[in-house]
Design a binder for this molecule. Structure first.
Ligand code: ADP
Length: 228
């Protein structure tokens, strides 16, 4: 996916300022930035939800994973997923995917009969099975308790690597970027302040501090680093 000269203006706010960036196919790229940096605006532009200046090539269809689970309350876990599958879809089915996210035996439960963490797992399974070329994640781990964050971060990183997903992962958390992306691009004031490749293989260790985290923190705080 190639983005060139992307600009988005809301009245007097320049949310994205002539932004150019490429996202590698089959890899997860983190978009790291503080509140107001333009992260959600970038995702919305990729998803075609807003008007913008500039070009976005190769985005194709997208699937979205949000901060809240957004399950349909009157459908079971399995129905929530079957609902997004098209007839004739190949590959993994709803039951198999639910097992993969740790919900074997809970396929027939309604969202109200699942814990918050289990609802998240259904949302992850659904986002992965919704037909798409790119997966957009908007802070899906931000509001989670630490142990659940650890479990779901590693689950999503593992599934995305295994399924060769092309992912744009928005987060304000350097740790999350280090644990679940191959490259982190720092966004500041609608511009790229720098970027850092994160070559460590998956699965990554929640209790390891990766060397790239310091570089990313410096770019976030001082704007230093090699902008490109
Ligand atoms: P982030 O996701 O990094 O927190 P956003 O993309 O939500 O940042 O916002 C970037 C900037 O654009 C902010 O200054 C925000 O106030 C502004 N903005 C976002 N959406 C709108 C909108 N619908 N109307 C006006 N300003 C907006």
């Amino acid at each position: 996916m190639k983005i060139t000269g992307l600009t988005k203006r809301y009245k007097d706010t320049l949310a994205l300022d002539n932004l150019s960036v490429e996202f590698e196919e089959g890899k997860t790229t983190a978009i790291l930035g503080e509140s107001g940096a333009g992260k959600t605006t970038l995702l919305n532009a990729i998803a075609g939800l807003i008007r913008y200046e500039g070009t976005i090539e190769g985005a194709g269809s997208v699937s979205y994973l949000f901060q809240d689970s957004r399950l349909l309350p009157h459908m079971t876990a399995e129905e929530n997923i079957n609902f997004v599958l098209k007839k004739g879809d190949r590959g993994i089915g709803a039951a198999e995917m639910l097992a993969r996210v740790g919900l074997k035996g809970k396929e027939k439960r309604y969202p109200r009969e699942l814990s918050g963490g289990e609802q998240r797992r259904v949302a992850i399974a659904r986002a992965l099975l919704f037909p798409h070329e790119a997966l957009l994640m908007d802070e899906p781990f931000s509001s989670l308790d630490l142990s659940l964050k650890r479990d779901l971060l590693s689950l999503v990183a593992e599934l995305c690597a295994e399924r060769k997903e092309t992912v744009v992962f928005v987060t304000h958390d350097v740790r999350e970027a280090a644990l679940a992306s191959s490259r982190a691009v720092v966004l500041k004031g609608g511009k790229i302040a720098g970027e850092v490749p994160i070559p460590a293989p998956y699965p990554r260790d929640f209790f390891t501090r990766y060397p790239e985290e310091e570089a990313l923190e410096k770019i976030l705080i001082d704007g230093r680093g090699e902008a490109q």
